[in-house]
Design a protein around this ligand. Sequence first.
Ligand code: 1HE
Length: 256
Amino acid sequence: MELPTSLEFQRDGEIAILRLARPAKRNALDDDTVRGIEQVFSELPTDVRAVVLSAHGDHFSAGLDLASLAHATALDSLRRSDLWHRAFERIQYGSVPVIAALHGAVIGGGLELAAATHIRVADASAYYALPEGGRGIFVGGGGSIRISRIIGAHRMMDLMLTGRIYSAEEGQQIGLSQYLVAAGEAESRAVALAKRVAMIPPLSIYGILQALPRNAEAEPATGHVLENLMALVAAADPAAQERIAAFLAGAAEKIK
Ligand code: 1HE
């Protein structure tokens, strides 16, 4: 994979680690970086079972590279938003779970990127902001859909209107992160979670990544049918049957 210098892709057995690698610009996201993200999630090697999305430097990401807006026409910005939407959809509706490791600034488009992942691990240095309102712009990476669903539209309005900053602790309380760890430990915890996730059979992964989020937004009668079909398909898979047989034989790990 030919990636821009602002991205670093590394394998660790069945998992992959993708790091934002433009710390001098606080991992601000320019078009090349977002295209690179789209490429990574479109061309993941088929033996990758989970991805950790992390970042070099003191900050996860300062959001959109504001230099991209300097001479941009409305059409340029529209095309850029289409690119961001495509790239982040690749993350959210791709073939493998993606776990974000967050630290320092998780701002604007950086928060939109994190919101497209499935599990977010933040360390104590993380903080969240959406300065778009103050900059006279709007979100453009699916944030008005994803972030508003995670924290509620009114909290998102507050962030965008007042420039409010949420601390790592506050972000954990409202669901911006699912795990909060000590400073410097986000990536190692994300890798540990990714290795556990990598053991889940592919049909369960399909149900969790594809059926579950669609069902969460479906009209219940349709949702129940989709849930039935997904459950049938997963349970009929030999991977499920082996695991259930192992549990019944006392050979599988208990929940606690
Ligand atoms: C940047 C960017 C950027 C830093 N675009 N160049 N995002 C923002 O409004 C956040 C803007 N950034 C900041 O508020 C701060 O940079 C930080 C709080 C993230 C970090 O502060 P600090 O003191 O560590 O770094 P710095 O000195 O401000 O920045 C270091 C360099 O990175 C500097 O460039 P240099 O050439 O002078 O060294 C900065 O100009 C550069 N830099 N952030 C471009 N964002 C799809 S729509 C999404 C819309 C949005 O994302 S809006 C949110 C934009």
